[in-house]
Each structure stands twice: as C-alpha cells, then as structure tokens.
Design a protein around this ligand. Structure first.
Ligand SMILES: C[S@@+](CC[C@H](N)C(=O)[O-])C[C@H]1O[C@@H](n2cnc3c(N)ncnc32)[C@H](O)[C@@H]1O
Length: 349
C-alpha cells in the first residue's frame, strides 16, 4: 500500500469535537480510533505547545496512514496498534494517564470502506472479510457459511435491527457458500423482494456482520468504563457514533454515570452508593450541519455526545489530578489550569 497515494478520510464534526474535548495547549489526549489521523492532527495542533496524544487503532493499516499524517508533530504523539477494549492496559503500559480528553470516533474510515480487499462495503466486489484487525480469527464469510439459520436470523435482528431477518437468513442458507460482498448483497436484495427507497436492502445485513465479526458493541461497553477512570478532573469524554445501537450504548452509559443513585425506583432507601463520575456537556446530541453533510455525505448519521469528569473525594482527586503535570516543549514544568483549580477546590498547598 502506497501511503502517500491513500485517499484521505474527512474527519466528521471536527470543530465540534475539538470544542467538546476543550483542547488546550499542553493538554494530554487519547484518540481511541485514530483512523486517518484527521481528529488527531487537529487535537495536536490545538494542544500545541506541549500537547501530547496517544492514538490507538485496531487496524494496522490505519496506524500506518496516521503515522504519515501526523509526522509533522514529531515526538508529541505515540501510535499503538491495539483494540480500545484494552484501553486501560495500553495507558498503564505507556504511563499515559490521567488525561484531559478521550475521543472515540466509532465505525470505519473512508480508507477502510473504500478498500476493495476488506469486504466492508457492497460498493465493490471483495472477499467477505470485514475484520478491522486482520488477526481476528473469524471473518464475515465464516459466520455466513457456518451459522445455523436461527443463529443467522438472530444476529441480523440483534445487530442489524433487520425486520426481514428470518427471510434473509433462509435465503443465505439456501445459497451457500457465500464468498463475496456482491454475492451477499444480491442474495439479500432478492430476499427483500428488490430495492425500495434510497437505502440498499443489504445495508443492515452488512452492519450486523461487521458488528459481530469485530465484537463492536462489547468493545465499546468495556472501553467506555475504562475511559472514565483515565480522565483527570474536568477531563472530557467525547464519542461520535454512526448507528442507533452504538448511540444507545453511549447515551445510556453517560446518563448512568452522570447520576447519583441508580437503585430501582421502588427501592425505599439508596443501597447502590453510586456517585456521579461524569457531567453531561450536551443534553441534546450534536449532529452535522446540512453543509457538512453536503460536503461529506458519510457524516450524515453521526451523533456526538460529550461529558466531563467530576471528582467526588480527595482520594479520587489525587488519582485523577497529580499526573496532569507534565513537561512542555520548552522543557519547563507546566501546571495546567485544571490542576491549580483543583488545588484551590481541595485547599491543598
Ligand atoms: C471513523 S474511523 C476514525 C477516523 C479518525 N477519527 C480520523 O479523523 O481520521 C474509526 C477507526 O476506528 C478504528 N476502530 C474501530 N473499532 C476499534 C477498536 N475496537 N479498537 C481500536 N480501533 C478501532 C477503525 O479501524 C477506524 O480506523
């Protein structure tokens, strides 16, 4: 792959993301889905001088592309080819916590969707693969060709919210082996009785398979929990999602973390002891403008949610704040605004 010839991915909701992360000079940020490096470049630019970024991606090709894109920022970033499900371990390994902001820009990049060999899209004929990380053991073809009819229907209903799941599953079973993206798209189209409307009938089937192959929803649930623990006081968590299953997980997670007691309503006295760890930044979800959708149609389903870390005790303060001191480019110690504010809050010397 010639990285200089690779088509670029246009970052979605770029300005809104940088604002929601409240990027500040000298800040320390994690981009859990570095992709083509578009958001990461903006974060590095706005956090200069002294900003640091840890970029993660499960796709080794994305990491290679991001490395080229971010080369101008030299030693201000580190890229790691790993799954964000391992977020906490990655940060421990590189001693990169607490941080001022964490970004998840979920889904796939245009580089992946446009790659004729990956099988993510039915716009090109390709082997039915769909693994973001090529080391994963199960591909979409494995699922389509080995699951029972009931298992396939269940998968299409759960991860694709496909109302024709049983009909499509039956048709797939009848036409196995299914090896390519176009073959699968045509089978689904026939099962659905042809095309109606703008959305291709195979869209939900492809979404379901991709989610299953890459364990997308479980990875997201696990990573959100870890992210909160890595944020310093007033650190920001920003998530951009592209379909309702992801967005529901993010919305429910943020709402729960922003609450005090989470006991069932019928419980007379609180027994959960839950305290808020986040404060919601935007109660209403942020979506792209008509102008952005016109310029970048892939942004049309994007939903941005953001929250800020709140600290409940001095113990938590120590964990979340001390590490926010770091050395600037000039070599002197910088005390971020956040830390001095914290010290006032807790009257520490
Ligand atoms: C929409 S793209 C990100 C684009 C990026 N924000 C940019 O501006 O170029 C999503 C990226 O997340 C990566 N990804 C998806 N699931 C992941 C996971 N569980 N762990 C790490 N990376 C993941 C994909 O490989 C893809 O490169």
């Amino acid at each position: 792959m010639n990285l200089n010839m690779t088509p670029t991915h246009i970052p979605v909701l770029l300005e809104e993301t940088v604002r929601a992360l409240s990027v500040q000079p000298g800040g320390r940020y994690i981009d859990c889905t570095v992709g083509g490096g578009g958001h990461a470049a903006a974060i590095l630019q706005r956090s200069s001088p002294g900003g640091q970024l840890l970029g993660i991606d499960a796709d080794p090709r994305a990491v290679a592309v991001a490395r080229v894109r971010l080369a101008a920022y030299h030693s201000s970033f580190r890229l790691v080819n790993d799954n964000f499900a391992n977020l906490q371990n990655i940060c421990l390994k590189y001693d990169f916590f607490p941080v001022h902001g964490i970004l998840f820009d979920l889904g796939l990049s245009s580089l992946q969707l446009g790659d004729d060999e990956r099988g993510f899209s039915f716009q090109h004929d390709a082997p039915l693969d769909m693994r973001v990380n090529p080391d994963l053991s199960v591909s979409a073809a494995d699922i389509v060709n080995t699951y029972s009819e009931a298992e396939l229907a269940d998968l299409l209903r759960t991860y694709g919210e496909e109302i024709l799941s049983r009909r499509i599953a039956r048709r797939i079973i009848g036409e196995r082996p299914v090896q390519s993206t176009l073959q699968l798209a045509q089978i689904v189209e026939r099962a659905a009785g042809g095309r109606r409307g703008k959305i291709h009938p195979a869209t939900r089937t492809f979404q379901a398979l991709r989610i299953a192959v890459n364990h997308e929803l479980d990875n997201l649930r696990g990573a959100l929990k870890q992210a909160v623990k890595l944020l310093g006081f007033e650190g920001r968590l920003v998530v951009i999602s592209y379909h309702s299953l992801e967005d529901r997980i993010v919305k429910q997670f943020l709402q729960r973390e922003a609450k005090g007691c989470v006991c069932p309503p019928e419980t007379p006295v609180c027994i959960c002891g839950h305290t808020p760890s986040l404060r919601l930044i935007n109660r209403k979800v942020i979506t792209p403008s008509a102008e952005e959708i016109e310029r970048n149609p892939r942004s049309r389903s994007a939903k941005l949610r953001a929250a800020e870390r709140v600290i409940n005790s001095t113990d938590e303060y120590h964990g979340a704040a001390e590490g926010l001191c770091f050395v600037t480019n000039g070599g002197s110690w910088k005390r971020p605004l956040l830390l001095s504010k914290l010290r006032r809050t807790y009257s520490l010397s």
